[in-house]
Structure formats: structure tokens, C-alpha cells
Design a protein around this ligand. Structure first.
Ligand code: SF4
Length: 304
């Protein structure tokens, strides 16, 4: 057994629920949820999601509003809508081939390879952000992602492709991190980038764009006014009505969402338009993004 697989047997994240199954749908759900979302967050939603939508057919028949409400807290809501579209298109079963998988809505190269490897045991490489970091350092790569995929293919352990991919993923997540712990790494004796690991992985992340949003808190009895999101950001979700404020805010919150660093302010002002009025219980089950629940929490002493 290779040093990498020995390390994986002893230190891999074997307890993750999506590691306990080879059901393609369950693995597909986990892979979509894990895109740009921390494992801890996904752990809080994964089982709930599968209880509510245990099969592709149930996801295909899902109500959009209910689906988005269940997705709330994971961010990048377009993923949930793409999953629903994918479930409708694939007729109850995910295809086995990478090419066919990549024809489905929301399934790119990484997800197709991950499903093929983790569910079907296919001999295909997988390159997520963790694996890319390991491979760039291990082979001393500074070129485009295409080069990383090529090396991933050459490096693949064809006798144990699934374990090899999972091992690299876990190594990147726990050892070859932004500041790598090379002394604990099973690849340290043959790693080309070990002397200068930061040269091969720029840990500085692109600065997020600043965005300021102003919302109105409008009340009717125990209900609060919401309005469907306009535009692609938070599509299908309910936000508070947007306004151009003329008074001082009554609450403020900060929130990172996709490429934005958002400052959201809340005002006791009236907005124009038609609204959906929800009480506390209805808010809890409505498709309302984390930005808005954080803002309402910040103003909680003035609510209900
Ligand atoms: S030796 Fe260090 S830089 Fe190289 S793969 Fe291991 S943790 Fe990463």
C-alpha cells in the first residue's frame, strides 16, 4: 500500500456521512452542497435534505419555495435550483459516464468526476480546491488548471482510484492546508514544493466586492413585509423591501455572500410596492436567505 493510502487509512475523514454510502444520488447531493460551503455547515443540512428528498424523483417533484427554504443557510441558492432541474432531466437515475453527467444542469467537470469516482469507482481523477493545492505543491506546478488535471490523471492510483482521490482531498483539507504541516505529510520525501509551498499556492484570496444594501422594516400587526428578490442574486428567495433611506438605520449586519462583502442596514421606513406579509412562524419556513435572518436578528428587540 502506498504511503498516501496508509496515511488515509489512519487519518482520513471516514466518519463523514457521505463517505458511508456509494449511492450516486447521496454523493451527488453532498458534492453540490460542499461546493464553496464548509463541511460543518453541510453536516447540519445533509441528513435533513435527504430525509425530505430521499430520491431524485422526490427532488424532481419538489416545491421550489420549500426547496429554497430547506437550502437556507448554505448560500449559493442557484445550486438548489440546478439540482431540481438536474433531477427533472435525468429521469430518476444519474448516468455513470462522466460525459453524460456533465450534460446535466449544474454538473461541471469536478462534480462529474467526483460522482464517477466516489459512487461508481471509476478510474478518473478528481481535482477540487484541496487536491489542487496538494498537486501544485507536490509537483511544483505554477501553470493553468489544465496542467493540474493532467498531473492528477498521471498520479492516479489505478488500483485504488476512489481511495486515492479521497486521500488527496483529505490531505489537502487537513495537512497541506494554507500553511502546510509538511512534517505530518506522507508525501514529504518526494514533494517538490516542500521547501517553498506558498510559492505554488497563493493563499491570498481575491478581495470581495463591497456592497451596501438598505431594507425597510414594515409591520402590519404581527406580520412583516417581504418582497421577492429581483435579479439573479438570491433568485427565488424572499428579501425585505429595498429602499433609498432618509432616516438613520435601526439595525445593521455584515455578511459575506458569493463575491460580495455586504453591509445591510434596516430602517423603520415605508417602501412602495406589493408585499408578502409573514408572521414569525411563516418566516421560519419561508425561503429567506441568511443575510435577512441576520438583519432581523440584529433588530430583534424591535420585532414582534
Ligand atoms: S510535503 Fe508539505 S507541501 Fe508537500 S504535499 Fe505535503 S504538506 Fe503539501
Amino acid at each position: 500500500m502506498s504511503l498516501l493510502l496508509e496515511w488515509f487509512a489512519a487519518h482520513g475523514r471516514h466518519d463523514l456521512p457521505w463517505r458511508q454510502t456509494d449511492d450516486p444520488y447521496y454523493i451527488y447531493v453532498s458534492e453540490i452542497m460542499l461546493q464553496q460551503t464548509q463541511v460543518e455547515r453541510v453536516l447540519g443540512k445533509y441528513s435533513l435534505f435527504l430525509e425530505r428528498y430521499p430520491t431524485l424523483a422526490s427532488l424532481a417533484a419538489s416545491d421550489e419555495e420549500e426547496l429554497l427554504a430547506l437550502w437556507s443557510g448554505l448560500g449559493y441558492y442557484r445550486r438548489a435550483l440546478a439540482m431540481q432541474a438536474c433531477a427533472k432531466e435525468c429521469g430518476g437515475e444519474l448516468p455513470r459516464s462522466v460525459t453524460q453527467l456533465m450534460k446535466l444542469p449544474g454538473i461541471g467537470r469536478y462534480t462529474a468526476h467526483a460522482i464517477a469516482s466516489f459512487a461508481y469507482g471509476a478510474s478518473v481523477p478528481v481535482v477540487d480546491v484541496n487536491i489542487e493545492r496538494v498537486l501544485r505543491r507536490y509537483f511544483g506546478l505554477t501553470g493553468k488548471q489544465k496542467e493540474v488535471w493532467q498531473k492528477a490523471e498521471e498520479f492516479l492510483d489505478f488500483a485504488h482510484p476512489k481511495e486515492h482521490n479521497l486521500a488527496l482531498m483529505d490531505l489537502g483539507a487537513t495537512v497541506c492546508t494554507a500553511l502546510p504541516k509538511c512534517e505530518a505529510c506522507p508525501l514529504q520525501n518526494s514533494c517538490r514544493g516542500k521547501e517553498e509551498p506558498l510559492r505554488f499556492w497563493d493563499k491570498k484570496r481575491k478581495e470581495r466586492e463591497k456592497l451596501t444594501l438598505h431594507f425597510a422594516l414594515m409591520r402590519k400587526g404581527s406580520k412583516i413585509a417581504f418582497a421577492p428578490s429581483e435579479g439573479s442574486m438570491y433568485r427565488g428567495m424572499l428579501l425585505l423591501p429595498k429602499i433609498e433611506p432618509t432616516t438613520a438605520p435601526i439595525a445593521h449586519t455584515k455578511h459575506n455572500y458569493t463575491k460580495y462583502n455586504i453591509d445591510a442596514y434596516l430602517y423603520a421606513e415605508e417602501a412602495d410596492g406589493e408585499f408578502i406579509w409573514l408572521d414569525r412562524d411563516e418566516i421560519a419556513s419561508a425561503p429567506i436567505p441568511t443575510l435577512i435572518t441576520k438583519l432581523l436578528r440584529a433588530a430583534s428587540s424591535k420585532l414582534f
